[in-house]
Design a binder for this molecule. Structure first.
Ligand code: ZN
Length: 258
């Protein structure tokens, strides 16, 4: 039975899922969600719902810095940092170790979904371009993508690689799902057409940036201006870039990288 509290849904999913998930827009949502969407629609015409969850990773911490050691830096916001890289927004009582991925990154982009159906050219090109642009931002401008391969295989569990997959069924009503800060991790995107946000591509750019953010070690934040925001967004925000505070704190998170 569905709960009327979105945060409770998140907590339930957190207990059962090893990955993050972002749900797709309104059509498949429960009635309690539609009430929430209605309020958003008053101001924004249409919305996408994000009800992502994240969970502990088996990967060892990748950095030794903490909010305390960074506190003296100009522009550093400890509460935001703990949400962004330690999951304090969704699990304030159990901070995660910092697991931002070290670079450089290699991307493996699958060209067909799990049922063997080809992914269209525009979606593949948009996804690849968005991943490359966003990786540099999420790395705090420390590194970027040095290699992209396309094909019908996978690089899952291969250190240094992130594999982008297109599940044909397993995402349900979600738009995306990702590991969090895992070497050889995976991003899953819903190419069914339900997550286009009115664009020519099957998945909207902000979703790609959001899932890559998870894959590179970030968690949900509390403000709609952030790409890592984990709640409904207006359709006008489907192509936004990481906020200034996200960019700033990505640099802090990678402060010890050379
Ligand atoms: Zn998410």
């Amino acid at each position: 039975m569905a709960t009327a509290d979105p945060r409770e849904r998140v907590r339930r999913a957190l207990r059962t899922s090893l990955v993050h998930a972002w749900r797709r827009p309104a059509a498949a949502l429960s009635s309690d969600t539609l009430v929430k969407l209605f309020h958003w629609s008053l101001a924004a015409i249409s919305v996408s719902l994000c009800a992502c969850t994240v969970a502990p990773s088996p990967t060892a911490p990748s950095a030794t810095i903490t909010a305390d050691t960074l506190a003296a830096n100009d522009g550093f916001e400890p509460a935001f940092f703990r949400a962004f890289v330690q999951n304090a927004y969704e699990a304030p009582g159990r901070l995660e170790p910092i697991r931002v991925l070290r670079g450089p990154l290699r991307l493996y982009l699958r060209t067909e979904d799990d049922a063997g159906r080809a992914i269209d050219r525009i979606t593949l090109e948009t996804t690849e371009r968005t991943l490359i642009d966003s990786a540099r931002i999420w790395s705090g401008e420390k590194f970027g993508v040095v290699q992209v391969e396309r094909g019908t295989r996978t690089r899952e569990k291969v250190p240094g690689w992130i594999t982008v997959k297109w599940p044909s069924t397993s995402l349900g009503d979600r738009c995306g799902r990702s590991t969090v800060g895992v070497e050889g991790g995976v991003i899953e995107l819903n190419a069914s057409g339900a997550c286009s946000c009115g664009m020519a591509t099957a998945i909207y750019p902000r979703l790609v940036r959001h899932e890559l953010g998870h894959a590179m070690g970030y968690y949900h934040t509390d403000h709609i201006a952030d790409v890592m925001y984990g709640e409904p967004i207006p359709i006008t925000a489907c192509d936004t870039l990481p906020s200034e505070r996200e960019r700033r704190h990505a640099r802090f998170a990678h402060a010890e990288l050379q």
